[in-house]
Design a protein around this ligand. Structure first.
Ligand code: G4P
Length: 284
């Protein structure tokens, strides 16, 4: 996938979201648990300010469990409900439903006081590309979901997925763009594979990854590749190339092959559960 956002896109997407948000009670925002801030668009705080908010830290299967807890506390402090998830499995979906009900209990109570019973909570899923929105909607809604169709006078052109008697989901997720003009954000998005590799220098990216890992996850590279982490990133990459037999046709060490291997194994979770940005650093 590739980000190709232009000012026109962004204005249109934002306007669409402003309209959609009027129809819902709850914003379900997906972030990537490995980069919980860099995978957000801060506009969502403004857009969803009068709504109940649930942040799903998706791809938690790949992120650092200790950092997941720290980030959950960070988002709760912001006034959001938080759930960590691997959207590819159905395992956490019951928890999501419970938290959705908890997040919307004021609305449910308000309805009850007005004599409105059984009006489902309406929610929409938002997030940057590739964060797992469609995967989540598919897992959550499953086969049992039924499109409720248009409701006259209320949601012309909108399709709702009825998840259960208490909850309806707007079937199209809201796509947000990340703050890709920020270089560090761009780097982290690239590392998790949210920016197309063809437009990246994979060698440089791997050196950045080596820097981050030797700083924050000492021992991880030694364990997997038998490298000496006290060496420079270039030397470490060279050792990875040697130890993994990344050799080019001319019988020389192939740094790019080693770089691609490292990035690939990181993205696939083979290096362990890793989070690339930490909340306490953000707060400083
Ligand atoms: P989007 O609608 O937000 O754009 O994202 P989508 O659901 O298409 O998911 C993007 C990729 O992320 C998919 O991989 C999907 O399987 C994967 N994914 C979604 N949720 C999780 C999760 O919780 N954990 C893990 N490990 N992966 C998840 P894909 O189809 O293989 O695409 P790609 O990885 O080749 O980009």
């Amino acid at each position: 996938m590739q980000f190709q956002w232009y000012p026109g896109h962004m204005t249109k997407a934002k306007r669409q979201m402003q309209e959609d948000i009027k129809l819902i009670d709850l914003v379900i925002e997906l972030v990537d648990a490995r980069i919980p801030l860099s995978s957000r668009n801060p506009d969502i705080d403004e857009l969803g300010k009068n709504k109940a908010r649930l942040i799903i830290m998706n791809k938690s299967d790949l992120s650092d469990e200790n950092q997941n807890k720290e980030w959950a506390a960070y988002f709760k402090k912001m006034g959001c409900y938080v759930v960590g998830l691997d959207a590819r499995t159905k395992a956490g979906m019951k928890t999501v439903t419970n938290v959705v009900m908890e997040a919307c209990k004021e609305k449910i109570e308000r309805d009850r006081r007005r004599g409105i019973l059984n009006r489902p909570v309406r929610a929409m899923v938002v997030g940057i590309p590739n964060v797992g929105k469609s995967t989540f909607i598919n897992s959550y809604a499953g086969k049992a979901c039924a499109k409720t169709g248009n409701k006259p006078g209320v949601t012309k052109g909108k399709q709702w997925i009825r998840l259960n008697k208490n909850l309806e989901l707007l079937d199209t997720p809201g796509i947000l763009w990340p703050k890709f003009e920020d270089q560090m954000v761009g780097l982290r998005l690239a590392l998790i594979g949210a920016i197309k590799d063809e437009i990246l220098n994979i060698d440089e990216l791997s050196l950045e990854l080596i820097k981050v890992l030797t700083r924050d996850y000492a021992g991880i590279l030694t364990d997997r590749y038998g490298v000496d982490e006290t060496q420079t990133p270039v030397k470490i990459l060279e050792q990875i190339a040697e130890n993994r037999k990344c050799i080019s046709k001319g019988n020389e060490l192939d740094y790019s092959k080693a770089a691609a291997l490292l990035i690939d194994e990181f993205r696939g979770g083979k290096l362990g559960k890793i989070t690339l940005e930490w909340p306490q650093v953000q707060a400083e």
